[in-house]
Ligand binder design. Structure first.
Ligand code: HEM
Length: 209
């Protein structure tokens, strides 16, 4: 792999591995969950060895996803704290989407859109974890009031829908922002990318050089 001598490192090896294990576990947990979302998707159970096996595996696949999210989250959460600059950025988000980046205050390591997305992902993950435990038969659900179990099932589906939409948005934006993908596959970005997409972060990196 050819890395230009003036490239800037954005992700360390461990962060990239956590991210891709997270992405893979998201896909398998989602496919095994969708299998039970609607009868039209029940055929997905074939991928996991049939209905009973899918039902047994899904919670563990979900826990694996949660584990990888926590591993990555512990490395990046402090870069996602929202400040006054981000609130101004969010008010200009429409213009940024239209390609007019200069209309918003310069973004740091992550722009405010990425930060909001990070916390929404975390919220959906937490929601899935709590509600999932509440109807994890036969370990927990049988001891709980049926109304609670039904509510948990509904909220689990709501959180899963939210997570799927957020991840689609996240993956779309990461292809849309050219060269971002390389940051999370190979770990580095060009100075031009940093200056254009995250000018305040670029200034920090330059200062610390
Ligand atoms: C095929 C799917 C995916 C692609 C193409 C993708 C792409 C990317 C890229 C390019 C970055 C670096 C962004 C930057 O540094 O500015 C990133 C970061 C990140 N991704 Fe993904 N990703 C995918 C799946 C996921 C999934 C499933 C999750 C979580 C459920 C996730 C959570 C994150 C998080 C937490 C970060 C760090 C950004 C932050 O802290 O704000 N990604 N991803």
């Amino acid at each position: 792999m050819h890395i230009p001598h003036d490239a800037i490192q954005r992700y360390e090896y461990g962060e990239r591995v956590s991210h891709w294990l997270l992405a893979i576990s998201f896909i398998v947990a989602t496919l095994s969950g969708l299998a039970f979302f609607h009868p039209s998707m029940y055929w997905l159970t074939h991928l996991f060895g049939g209905g009973p096996w899918t039902k047994i595996l899904h919670p563990f696949l979900g826990l694996a996803m949660m584990l990888f999210f926590v591993l990555l989250g512990l490395r990046v959460w402090h870069h996602n704290l929202i400040d006054a600059n981000d609130r101004k950025w969010l008010l200009k988000a429409g213009e940024v989407m239209m390609g007019n980046e200069e209309a918003a205050p310069p973004a740091g390591r992550y722009n405010a859109g990425q930060k909001v997305l990070f916390w929404l992902l975390a919220l959906c993950m937490l929601g899935l974890l709590i509600t999932g435990f509440l109807f994890w038969r036969p370990y927990f659900a049988d001891a709980l009031p049926v109304t609670l179990v039904r509510l948990a099932t509904l909220l689990h589906a709501v959180a899963a829908t939210g997570l799927i939409l957020l991840v689609i948005g996240h993956a779309y934006m990461s292809f849309w922002t050219k060269e971002s993908i390389r940051a999370i596959t190979e770990g580095w970005v060009t100075r031009a990318w940093a200056r254009m997409n995250h000018p305040a972060w670029y200034r920090e990196v330059e200062r610390d050089r």
